[in-house]
Design a protein around this ligand. Structure first.
Ligand code: NAD
Ligand code: MG
Length: 378
């Protein structure tokens, strides 16, 4: 039987890689719902390729344009439309690949409706990991990681007793400024920050990879997905992005997952779990690679890792504040309003300023998120 998939964020980098996986596994996967944000032209092209899928445009104008071009087809829009797609009765799995926290509500809807949830949008686990995981536990739905590091750890943990894990080791490419000095960082431009050495991704995550906030968010994401405290989560720089992460066990064994630098692989594993098929990801040529390098992260020059460690250790509203302040600061940096180091300076300021709540409700998380954004934008 085919797995029926709803894909939220189809027009983005993860969305396009997901469609590549779906095209290559037509006997196993069927796309039955698709959403896009502002790129209505691309959503229209995708909609034509997947004529059976229900659609959700970013706003009313986008929906009207789609209706014009696709007469007779039902078109939803906005956040209510996302909720409706996420709870489609015949869906088996919902993949959330909307950048930022706009995917949180539909992710919760999917879990409430007993769908498996594949999470690319790490921001939703950073903001509300406790709530997402508690909802999944209550409904019995699975939360399947799409982020390559977490997907690697998920594969390494299969069949293992979680109490035998000594620590998780997240790998990190080091980003475009792995060898930069503090002086170099002070004058980084958006163009330079967007040029990732190993992965081709959306704008926000590319900047996050340059500041190392991407790794910081992933440390908190890992805490929730694998239910481990922050002190069991380590980071090692691995410039080739081939070892996607590692798990160290009590006996000293380390298991890792390796594959080509292509998001199609973790996406496919999340979609077809627990099965494996020959998909679009090119095999890894170890001899062509020759070597794999590992280095410590430069936490003095890149405060993001320390800030994330503090947020993950403290818990409560602090991860949501870190996440929202970072999102607003990345926007401000890309718009030329703040410097590159201004991103972590703003995040730290928001973490110090926004009142802390230890066991927040969803409303308190949303309020902390709002207050953190105001703190950055002034
Ligand atoms: P992207 O910017 O390329 O795409 C984002 C998608 O979300 C687009 O389809 C866009 O139209 C949609 N969108 C944006 N804002 C929206 C809103 N408010 N409402 C509805 N739709 C909206 O981003 P991406 O690189 O594909 O990343 C998506 C998510 O996956 C991010 O959370 C990122 O951290 C995570 N992720 C990405 C990669 C990668 O390789 N690109 C790897 C791991 C994790
Ligand atoms: Mg990642």
């Amino acid at each position: 039987m085919k797995k029926r998939i709803v894909l939220l964020g189809a027009t983005g980098s993860i969305g396009e890689s997901t469609l590549r996986v779906a095209r290559s596994l037509p006997d196993h996967l069927e796309i039955i719902g698709l959403s896009g944000g502002r790129n209505t032209a691309r959503l229209l092209e995708i909609a034509k390729e997947f004529p059976a899928a229900r659609l959700c445009a970013g706003d009313e104008a986008g929906a009207a344009a789609l209706r014009n071009a696709l007469p007779g087809r039902e078109i939803l829009h906005g956040s209510d439309g996302l909720d409706e797609l996420a709870s489609m009765p015949d869906a088996d799995l919902v993949l959330v690949a909307i950048v930022g926290t706009a995917g949180l509500r539909p992710a919760l809807k999917a879990l409430e409706a007993d769908k498996d949830l594949a999470v690319a949008s790490k921001e939703i686990l950073v903001m509300a990991g406790e709530l997402v995981m508690a909802t999944a536990l209550r409904t019995g739905s699975r939360v399947l990681p799409v982020d390559s590091e977490h997907n690697a750890i998920f594969q390494c943990l299969e069949g293992q007793d979680p109490s035998t894990v000594r620590r998780l080791i997240l790998t990190c490419s080091g980003g475009p400024f792995r060898k930069a000095s503090a002086n170099d960082l002070a004058s980084v431009t958006p163009d330079q920050a967007l040029r990732h050495p190993t992965w081709s991704m959306g704008r926000k995550i590319s900047v996050d990879s340059a500041t190392l906030f991407n790794k910081g968010l992933e440390m908190i994401e890992a805490m929730w997905l694998f239910r481990l405290p922050m002190e069991k989560i380590a980071v090692v720089v691995h410039p080739q992005s081939i070892v996607h992460s590692l798990v160290e066990f009590l006996d000293g064994s380390i298991l890792s997952q390796m594959s080509s630098t292509d998001m199609a692989l973790p996406i496919q594993y999340a979609l077809t779990y627990p099965k494996r098929y020959a998909g679009p990801c090119a095999p890894l040529d170890l001899l062509a690679l020759g070597r794999l390098d590992f280095e410590p992260p430069r936490t003095d020059l890149f405060p993001a890792i320390g800030l994330a460690r503090r947020a993950g250790t403290m818990g409560g509203t602090l991860p949501a504040v870190l996440n929202a302040a970072n999102e607003a600061a990345v926007d401000a940096f890309l718009a030329g309003r703040i410097s590159f180091p201004g991103i972590w300076e703003n995040v730290e300021r928001a973490m110090d300023a926004v009142p802390f709540v230890e066991h927040p409700t969803l409303d308190q998380l949303i309020e902390a998120d709002r207050a953190a954004r105001v703190c950055v934008t002034g």
